[in-house]
Design a protein around this ligand. Structure first.
Ligand code: ZN
Length: 871
C-alpha cells in the first residue's frame, strides 16, 4: 500500500474531489458540513455491523483537555467512494488515523474525516483514531460532566457516523479521577484504581444510534436499589438530604411502574442490558432517553414539599415518557430525524396510559386537553405553523424540528388515530412494528402500512391530512330555523382552512346542542367540507351549541353570540369539567381571533376562579389571567386593575384548603403584583415576616420572590439579592443566581452589558440560566427599554441554533417576546423578516410562533380606526 503521508492535504483533497465528481454531481452534498441526507443514505446502504471501542480520559480540572482513542469496526460493501466520518472539532484535534493497520493520510475538512478508497477493504474494516474530544456537548462543570448528543452532537465529541440509522455497539472505557462516579449505556463490568485515577469498563451495548450514546461522570452520589426484582442505579448531586429522602422512593417506583407497564403493553422485555439514570442540575430538558442511562433535570424529579398536583403528575409523566422511549425510539428508531416526532408522540402517548392509573383522582381527559391543546393551537393559529412531519435535508438542522407540534399536537393526533382504529388494533399494530424493526430503524409510513394491514379502517389518507398537512380546520355550525325563529330546520357543520380552502381534516366529533334546558348529543364523522346533522332538525329554542363536546375535536370552533354568552356567564352550570375545559379553550381562541373582548374574558376568568371546582382548570385560568394581564392590557389599565386582581388572588390564597393549589395562586400572585401593598407582601414573605398557613416556602420560592422584588425596583433589591445568594448552599444554584443577577438590575447600562455578553457563545453555556435571564430582561415592566434587544437577538438566532441545544432557539424567542405588546416590537420582527427574505424556514416559523401573541396584542391594543358612519 502506498503511504500517502507525503502528499499534501490539498493534493489529496483534489484527488478525492475529482473521484467524487467522476461519480456524478450529487456527491458534493456528501461532504458538505453537517450530515446531509445524501451522505446518510449512502452510508446506511454501504456500512454494516458497526462497532465502536471508545476510551476516553477525563481529567479532574474542567480546563484540561479530554483525549480519546477509538477503534471503529465496520463492514463496508461498497468501495466506490471514500469513507466519510463525521467529526466537528478544531482541525488539530485529530492526531492519528490508522485504517486496517496502516497509518494513512486523510482529508479532514468541513467536519468530515475522509479516508481514501485505497485504504479500505471490502468487508470488515478497522479504523483506529486518536483525538482530543470537542467539548460542545460534553457539558463540563467544575465537578462533573455529561454528554447530550441529540440530535447530531456525537460528532462534536468523537469521530463517528452520526446518523440515527447507522446503529453501532459501543464498548466504552472511561478513565476518571479516583473520587468520581460514572454512568453509561452499558453495564459496568470492571473498575480499577491506579495512581489517583479510576478506570471503568462498560459492557458492549446493544445497537444504538449515535444520539443515544451517553456517559455521565463526576462527583455524584450513587444510589443502587432493587425494586420489583429490577436493579436500578441512580446518580445525583442534590445536597439537601431531606429533599432526596422525600423523593427517592417515588422516583424508583415510578420507573418500576413504567417498565412493568411497557413490557406488558409491547409484549417485549426491557430491551437493554441494565437500567440507570442520572439526575443533573440544570439539565437542558426534562429528561433524555439514553438507554440504560437516562438523564433528568434535577428540579423535575426532586420536588419541593409544596409541589402542585400538576408538578407531581408532570414528574410521573416525564419518567414514564423517558422509560417508554426505551422501546419507542431506542429499540426502534426513526430512520431520519424528519420522523423525530414519532418517538416523541409514542413516548407521550404511552406516558399518558402509564401515569393515569396512578392518579385516580385526576380527570385525565381534562388533563390531556389542557396539557396539549393550548400548545398545539399556539403554533397552528400562528403564521409559523407547520406539519407534524417536516422535511430535513441535513441533520445539522434537526434541532429546528422540535416544538409544540411534535410534543403537543402529535399526541392529539395519535389519540385520534387510536380512536379511529380501536385500542386493540393499535396495540397489535405497535407490537408488530416493534418486533419487526427491533434494534433497527423505521419510518412513519412503515407504521402506517402495518396499521393498514391490521386495521379495517384504512389510515393512509387520514395520515396525510393530520401528519403531513400544516394548520388546523376552522369549524363553524350553520343553523337554519323556521319563520318564527325557534325550530331548527337545518343543522350543518362546515370546515375550511384559513389559507387553503381545499384542505379538509377528517375527524370524529360529538356535537352538543342545548334546547329547552336539555343537552342533545350527536356523533359526527367529519370527512369532507361539511356534514349535515339530520337528527338535530326539529329541536326547538336551541340556545347553545358546542361542536367539540367531548374534547377530542381539534380546530378553531366558532361560536354564535348565544353560545358565547352561555359560556361566559354560566360556565359553572356545566357539571362535566372536560366540557368546561373545552369552553375555556374555545373562549380563548375566540378572544385571540378578536371575537371576544379583553374585558369580557378577564371578567369571566376572575368570576370563575373562586367558583371553579377543578384544580386543573383553576391553574389553566391562572395562566390565562397572567397572559391577559401582562400581554393584552394597556399598562395604565393594568395598573388600575392591579388592586382588584391582587385582591382576588390574595383572598383565594387565604381561603383555599388545598395547599398545592394555594401555591399555584401564590406563584401567580407573586408574578402579577404591582401595588405598593402587594410589593410589601412579597417583601415580607421573602423576609420571613409573613407566612402563609399551609405553605412552606422553598429555597426556589424565596429566590423567585427576590427576582420579583428586583424587577419591581424594590429599594433594597441589591441587598435582597445579596442575601438570597448567601441563603443558598448548593453551588450550582448559587452560580445560577449570580449569573442571572445583572438581568434584574435597575441600571439600564448593566442590563445592556449583560445582553451584549450573551452574544458570545461562551456566555450561553448554561442555557436554562440564559433563558430565564432573557425573560427578565424583557419583563413587561421593562419592555420599553428592552425592545432594542429584539433585532440583535433575531440576528444571532441562526448562530444560537447552530451552537445551542435543540429547544434553545425557541426558548430564547419565547422569553424575548414574553413581555412585548407594542407596535414597535412587531415592526422589529416584520422588518427583520423582510430584510432576511431567505431565512431558513424552520427558524422563521419559530420567530412567527413566538411572536404570535405579541402580534395579536399589538393589533388588539391598536385597533384599526373604523370608518365613521355616513350621516
Ligand atoms: Zn422524548
Amino acid at each position: 500500500m502506498i503511504n500517502m503521508k507525503f502528499i499534501s492535504r490539498f493534493l489529496l483533497f483534489a484527488v478525492l474531489a475529482i473521484t467524487f465528481l467522476a461519480c456524478g454531481n450529487s456527491e458534493s452534498s456528501l461532504t458538505e458540513t453537517g450530515v446531509s441526507f445524501e451522505l446518510a443514505k449512502y452510508r446506511a446502504a454501504s456500512i454494516q455491523n458497526l462497532r465502536y471501542d471508545l476510551h476516553i480520559i477525563i481529567p479532574e480540572d474542567q480546563n484540561d483537555a479530554i483525549y480519546g482513542e477509538e477503534i471503529i469496526r465496520a463492514e463496508i460493501n461498497d468501495l466506490s467512494k471514500p469513507l466519510i466520518l463525521d467529526f466537528k472539532v478544531e482541525n488539530d484535534f485529530l492526531t492519528k488515523v490508522v485504517a486496517n493497520g496502516e497509518e494513512v493520510s486523510y482529508v479532514f475538512e468541513d467536519e468530515h474525516i475522509i479516508i481514501g478508497k485505497s485504504s479500505l477493504l471490502e468487508g470488515e474494516n478497522t479504523i483506529e483514531l486518536s483525538f482530543r474530544l470537542g467539548e460542545t456537548s460534553l457539558n463540563r462543570n467544575p465537578e462533573f460532566l455529561y454528554t447530550l448528543f441529540v440530535p447530531d452532537r456525537a460528532r462534536t465529541a468523537f469521530p463517528c457516523f452520526d446518523q440515527p440509522n447507522l446503529k453501532g455497539k459501543y464498548a466504552l472505557e472511561l478513565t476518571i479521577p479516583e473520587t468520581w462516579q460514572a454512568l453509561a449505556n452499558g453495564a459496568k463490568i470492571e473498575e480499577t484504581v491506579d495512581g489517583g485515577k479510576k478506570i471503568l469498563k462498560f459492557a458492549e451495548t446493544k445497537p444504538l444510534s449515535t444520539y443515544l450514546f451517553d456517559f455521565v461522570a463526576g462527583d455524584f452520589e450513587v444510589v443502587e436499589r432493587e425494586v420489583g426484582g429490577r436493579m436500578m442505579t441512580m446518580l445525583h448531586r442534590e445536597s439537601d438530604s431531606v429533599k432526596v429522602a422525600r423523593n427517592l422512593d417515588e422516583i424508583f417506583n415510578l420507573h418500576l411502574t413504567a417498565l412493568d407497564w411497557l413490557e406488558d403493553y409491547t409484549g417485549i422485555e426491557y430491551p437493554f442490558q441494565k437500567f440507570g439514570f442520572a439526575i443533573i442540575p440544570s439539565f437542558q430538558y426534562g429528561g433524555m432517553e439514553h438507554p440504560g442511562a437516562i438523564t433528568y433535570k434535577a428540579s423535575s424529579l426532586f420536588l419541593d414539599e409544596s409541589a402542585t398536583q400538576n408538578k407531581l403528575m408532570g414528574r410521573a409523566s416525564l419518567i414514564a415518557h423517558e422509560t417508554a422511549h426505551m422501546w419507542f425510539g431506542d429499540l426502534v428508531t426513526m430512520n431520519w430525524f424528519d420522523d423525530v416526532w414519532m418517538k416523541e408522540v409514542f413516548a407521550n402517548f404511552m406516558a399518558a396510559k402509564i401515569v393515569n392509573p396512578s392518579f385516580p383522582d385526576i380527570n385525565h381527559d381534562l388533563r390531556f386537553l389542557l396539557a396539549h391543546y393550548p400548545g398545539a393551537y399556539a403554533v397552528d393559529r400562528s403564521k409559523g405553523m407547520h406539519p407534524i412531519q417536516q422535511p430535513l435535508d441535513n441533520l445539522k438542522d434537526a434541532g429546528t424540528l422540535y416544538g409544540s407540534i411534535i410534543y403537543q399536537k402529535a399526541p392529539i393526533v395519535m389519540r385520534k388515530l387510536e380512536r379511529r382504529i380501536g385500542k386493540e388494533v393499535m396495540q397489535k399494530g405497535l407490537q408488530d412494528y416493534l418486533s419487526e424493526f427491533a434494534y433497527e430503524n423505521a419510518t412513519w409510513d412503515d407504521l402506517i402500512s402495518i396499521l393498514d394491514s391490521v386495521s379495517e379502517e384504512k389510515v393512509t389518507k387520514w395520515s396525510n391530512q393530520w401528519v403531513k398537512t400544516a394548520g388546523m380546520p376552522d369549524l363553524f355550525p350553520f343553523i337554519r330555523t323556521d319563520d318564527d325563529d325557534s325550530t331548527i330546520t337545518q343543522f350543518s357543520l362546515y370546515q375550511r382552512n384559513f389559507n387553503d380552502g381545499e384542505k379538509v381534516w377528517s375527524q370524529k366529533l360529538t356535537v352538543g346542542i342545548e334546547a329547552q334546558d336539555t343537552m342533545y348529543h350527536f356523533d359526527v364523522d367529519m370527512t369532507g367540507n361539511g356534514v349535515r346533522i339530520d337528527e338535530a332538525e326539529g329541536l326547538i329554542d336551541a340556545t347553545f351549541v358546542v361542536c367539540n363536546e367531548e374534547g377530542y375535536g381539534y380546530g378553531y370552533f366558532r361560536m354564535g353570540p348565544l353560545t358565547e354568552k352561555r359560556w361566559l356567564e354560566r360556565m359553572q352550570e356545566f357539571e362535566n369539567p372536560v366540557l368546561r375545559g373545552v369552553g375555556w379553550l374555545n373562549l380563548w381562541e375566540s378572544f385571540l381571533h378578536q371575537r371576544l373582548s379583553t374585558d369580557d374574558l378577564l371578567t369571566a376568568i376572575l368570576n370563575n376562579l373562586p367558583a371553579e371546582p377543578d384544580p386543573l382548570i383553576q391553574q389553566y385560568l391562572l395562566g390565562r389571567l397572567s397572559t391577559v394581564y401582562w400581554k393584552f392590557l394597556p399598562s395604565d389599565v393594568r395598573l388600575d386593575s392591579a388592586t382588584s386582581i391582587e385582591a382576588v388572588l390574595w383572598n383565594r390564597i387565604a381561603e383555599l384548603e388545598d395547599n398545592k393549589l394555594k401555591s399555584a395562586y401564590l406563584s401567580t400572585y407573586r408574578s402579577i403584583v404591582l401595588t405598593d401593598e402587594g410589593v410589601e407582601n412579597l417583601y415580607k414573605l421573602w423576609n420571613k415576616e409573613l407566612s402563609i398557613e399551609g405553605i412552606t416556602l422553598s429555597e426556589s420560592d424565596y429566590t423567585q420572590l427576590a427576582y420579583q422584588l428586583a424587577l419591581r425596583g424594590h429599594k433594597d433589591s441589591e441587598q435582597i439579592l445579596n442575601e438570597q445568594i448567601e441563603r443558598i448552599d448548593n453551588p450550582d444554584r448559587k452560580a445560577r443566581l449570580e449569573f442571572i443577577r445583572p438581568s434584574l438590575s435597575t441600571d439600564q447600562s448593566t442590563r445592556d452589558a449583560f445582553f451584549e455578553s450573551l452574544k458570545d457563545e461562551a456566555n450561553r453555556e448554561h442555557e436554562s440560566w440564559v433563558q430565564q435571564a432573557i425573560g427578565f430582561l424583557h419583563h413587561p415592566l421593562r419592555a420599553a427599554q428592552s425592545e432594542k434587544y429584539i433585532t440583535p437577538t433575531l440576528e444571532i438566532l441562526e448562530e444560537i441554533q447552530q451552537t445551542g441545544d435543540i429547544f434553545f432557539p425557541k426558548r430564547v424567542l419565547d422569553n424575548t417576546f414574553s413581555g412585548h405588546q407594542s407596535k414597535d416590537a412587531v415592526d422589529a420582527v416584520r422588518q427583520f423578516l423582510f430584510r432576511n427574505n431567505h431565512y431558513p424556514t424552520n427558524l422563521k416559523n419559530k420567530i412567527l410562533q413566538s411572536s404570535d401573541l405579541t402580534f395579536r396584542a399589538a393589533e388588539i391594543l391598536n385597533p384599526k380606526e373604523e370608518p365613521e358612519d355616513a350621516q
